[in-house]
Design a protein around this ligand. Structure first.
Ligand code: URA
Ligand code: CA
Length: 426
């Protein structure tokens, strides 16, 4: 602690000693919080960051995916609103024979996690054995299994401590936290989608850039090739925010008929995955390959196989009306004529959560049918009376949701579409 406080570099042995001792309970919280605060102010060198990441990886179980052929490229998003990319990317790159062996949790948020969304498909389940999981991925390239094992306990403990000691917002601590979880779950290579804007953890582009570069350096320093995309989350991604609604949006996107921003983001992230999986030499070449499997139906066919393999009713792909349907559809009309100038992503996400699309606490039940469909996005013209958003609800009175939507969508004389991809880090 004193050494870090004074701005000196910690050795690998010192970092391991701390993480092992803290995980075991031999080092008390007050010492750990002093170290977190010292790191917050003094930062960490590249080698300290790599050591901290690997010490946290080794603090618990790690997933062995060596039984799966090929390079396992994992994608991680720092989180946003209505982010349907995982549902699209797994079958999309799967159609190019790139394995996705995803372990996923449920967690809290505006909408459910990947597993919750997929459970909008009747019969789909993630309770499969490890053997079955491996067998499916080897044969068909894509499967999702529920989280098991005790991954990165040091990170869980540290994160909880940081939360109450004002030390969450530290680039070396965030970067090692995220990277340790990806590495412990078996990734050979990693693609990161670092969001920036109102709906993101990193509110400014500068912070997002710093975090992306920090994570890419850690990955490359510990032998996991890593690339990153910095993408806009000032407004929600795509049109759909809600579980069944996002499954539908994923299907449209796999057909090449999805929202422009979601499509662009999956092609950008997907290209990095294809290059890291060594299926293409350049991002441009990778993109052409992805566009091809979208156009020729292979990506969509892969999605059907994926659903079927895990008990899901794959007929929803051709019959979306078989997805859970909300009882009420309520339009939210624009009050004035103009251009959509701003849409506060996280608040719109909360509007979806009020309907029951996501969990505020672990005990909350998700309603898979409900959510929001944006009818306009930032930069689009709108006439008074035209719908801005359609609310999909299972309750008739949605005055609270309507109020939140009006509070967080601004119509003005002018507005410009935000840049979606701020930069790529390779
Ligand atoms: N998300 C994480 O997983 N870890 C952090 O430290 C911050 C955000
Ligand atoms: Ca969406």
């Amino acid at each position: 602690m004193q050494k870090k406080r004074d701005g000196k570099e910690l050795t690998t042995a010192e970092i391991n000693f701390f993480i092992d001792g803290y995980t075991a309970g031999d080092i008390p919280d007050y010492q750990a919080s002093a170290l977190a605060m010292a790191i917050f102010f003094q930062d960490m060198t590249d080698s300290e960051r790599a050591d901290l990441t690997m010490a946290m990886v080794n603090s618990g179980d790690t997933i062995d995916l060596s039984g799966i052929e090929g390079i396992k490229v994992d994608k991680h998003s720092t989180g946003g609103v209505g982010d349907t990319t995982t549902l699209v990317l797994a079958p999309l790159v799967g159609a190019l024979d790139i394995p996705t062996a995803k372990m996923s949790g449920r967690g809290l948020g505006h909408t459910g996690g990947t597993i919750d969304k997929l459970e909008a498909v009747k019969g789909f389940h993630v309770e499969i054995s490890n053997e079955k999981f491996m067998e499916i991925v080897n044969r068909d390239k894509v499967a999702v299994i529920g989280q098991s094992g005790n991954l990165t306990p040091a990170d869980k403990k540290m994160y909880a401590l940081r939360d109450v000691t004002g030390t969450v917002n530290s680039i070396p601590l965030i970067a090692s936290s995220i990277m340790s979880k990806k590495i412990a779950s078996g990734a050979d290579a990693i693609v990161l989608d670092v969001k920036t804007g109102a709906g993101a953890f990193m509110k400014t582009e500068e912070d997002a850039q710093n975090l992306a570069h920090a994570m890419v350096r850690i990955g490359n320093n510990v032998g996991r090739q890593t690339m990153a995309v910095i993408s806009d989350m000032s407004q929600p991604l795509g049109y759909a925010i809600g579980n069944a609604l996002e499954v539908q949006e994923a299907i449209d996107t796999l057909k090449g008929e999805g929202p422009a921003d979601l499509t662009e983001l999956v092609l950008t992230l997907g290209s990095q995955m294809v290059v890291l999986a060594k299926k293409a030499d350049t991002l441009a070449e990778a993109r052409v390959m992805l566009e091809e499997v979208m156009a020729n139906g292979k990506a969509l066919a892969k999605f059907k196989t994926f659903l079927r393999n895990q008990g899901g009713d794959d007929s929803v792909v051709d019959h979306p009306e078989r997805l859970p349907q909300a009882q009420f559809k309520i339009e939210v009309p624009a009050k004035t004529t103009g251009v959509v100038a701003n849409m506060v992503a996280d608040e719109i996400g909360i509007a979806a959560m009020l309907l029951g699309a996501g969990r505020a606490t672990k005990e909350d039940e998700i309603d898979l049918a409900v959510g929001l469909m944006l009818r306009k996005k930032v930069g689009e013209a709108v006439e008074a009376g035209e719908s801005l958003v359609t609310i999909y609800a299972n309750r008739e009175n949605v005055a609270d949701v309507i109020a939140k939507i009006y509070d967080n969508i601004t119509i003005a004389d002018s507005g410009v579409e935000p840049t979606l991809i701020h930069s790529v880090v390779t």
